[in-house]
Ligand binder design. Structure first.
Ligand SMILES: *Cc1c(COP(=O)(O)O)cnc(C)c1O
Length: 391
């Protein structure tokens, strides 16, 4: 079916972000834009700024930028680091590589611990490197919590623990763009200094907002240093936010949506949200196994609950498969990024999602595998139905 032909029913947006936006959030944003310097806006802003702290699980300030997640990466770096500062990053996949490239461009002296893109960051490898750094040259450790290109998570609490064990004073900065509100995350309890997030993945919103949750320590580092900056300056935001204002025009309508998204996450309960994501991820892996295909992530401790990256057998093209699925079933699956291009497809099972959406998604994959002539066993969807009805 040519892509320009009319397709009835809803599109299945099963990439790992942007994700399906609930109708309730869409309705909340469908309002006239108001005066962002008026009292009604100030009250909305305060509700959002306070409410979002409960999602990061922090008492500290959370700064909201009208930007994609990449903007919040930059904000984290320019507020805390100076040109030439040493930073330790972990090459968990494509997104970690982009953050690393950004740090390089900003003049930071980066060191990149390699992985094979099939597992998360290894706390022991970080510990070994930090232990050697007796003069504390390393000013920050940057880790991606959920590497969206591979479907592998990194153990943030364990990484904090090894930093504490050797009393290393580096800041811990974590990208949670595809994990916040999908996978358990605790900014304060895990001692994270800067948490980076975005609106369009687990947070149930369209693209356009990004976040920095900032510890007191990071704020102090920023107040006495950092790089020349203006748009991304934390302190200007924090000062303005006290009165429910922003230093420049905020994304008003996305904030209407954010308030409702936070409300919805608490109605379900964050623990229930995480359990739902874990269950859908486990069911997806069961289906992949039944098809006789391979999940990219090789370390079960690192399995992502937001998405599953699936390897296609050698000699087959994951992008041709995705095109068949899009044209026949009106479903978008995530592509392989960078060195995984053509080798994997990614199933997003995060955000506003339920059992039948998952079964629809897996049915589209199973039918697509047949149409694309990719060798597999049938029965993945059947296995998923059994998993979902097991008490
Ligand atoms: C999506 C994503 C990004 C990039 O965010 P943008 O909103 O596209 O700028 C960065 N890191 C991770 C882990 C992501 O999933």
């Amino acid at each position: 079916m040519p892509v320009n032909q009319f397709q009835s029913g809803r599109h299945f947006l099963q990439i790992p972000g942007p994700t399906n936006v609930p109708d309730r959030v869409l309705r909340a944003m469908d309002k006239p834009t108001i005066d962002h310097r008026g009292p009604e806006f100030a009250a909305l802003a305060r509700r959002c700024l306070d409410g979002i702290k409960t999602i990061f699980k922090t008492q500290s300030d959370v700064i909201i930028f009208p930007a994609s997640g990449t903007g919040a990466w930059e904000a984290a770096l320019v507020n805390t680091l100076q040109s030439g500062d040493h930073v330790l990053m972990v090459e968990t996949g494509h997104f970690a590589s982009l953050w690393h490239k950004m740090a390089d461009k900003l003049g930071v002296a980066t060191e990149f611990l390699e992985t094979d893109w099939r597992r998360g960051a290894d706390p022991q490898a970080l510990a070994t490197r930090l232990f050697e750094d007796t003069t504390h040259q390393i000013k920050a450790v940057c880790v991606v919590h959920n590497e969206t290109s591979t479907g592998c998570t990194s153990p943030i609490a364990k990484i904090r623990a090894v930093m504490d064990d050797i009393n290393h004073p580096a800041l811990l900065m974590v990208d949670t763009i595809s994990s916040l509100a999908s996978i358990d995350y605790r900014h304060d309890e895990w001692g994270v200094d800067v948490t980076v997030a975005g609106s369009q993945k687990g947070l149930l919103l369209p693209p356009g907002l990004s976040f920095n949750a900032v510890s007191q320590k990071a704020l102090e580092v920023a107040r006495s240093g950092g790089m020349p900056r203006s748009y991304w300056d934390w302190d200007e935001q924090i000062q303005a936010n006290k009165n429910g204002a922003f230093p420049y025009t905020p994304a008003t309508n996305l904030l209407y949506g954010l308030e409702v998204a936070i409300e919805m996450l608490h109605e379900e309960g964050l623990d229930a949200v995480f359990a739902r994501h874990d269950r859908h991820a486990q069911t997806t892996r069961n289906a992949v196994q039944a098809w006789g295909l391979e999940v990219l992530c090789q370390n079960p401790e690192n399995y992502s609950s937001s998405l599953t990256a699936v390897l296609v057998p050698n000699g087959h093209d994951a992008d041709a498969f995705r095109e068949i699925v899009l044209n026949n079933f009106n479903m978008s699956l995530g592509n392989g990024l960078a060195k995984l291009a053509g080798k994997v497809f990614r199933i997003g099972h995060l955000g506003d999602f339920n059992d039948l959406m998952l079964l629809g998604t897996l049915s589209g994959v199973e039918m697509g595998l047949s149409l694309a002539g990719i060798p597999h066993q049938r029965g993945g969807v059947e296995t998923a139905m059994q998993a979902l009805t097991k008490s």
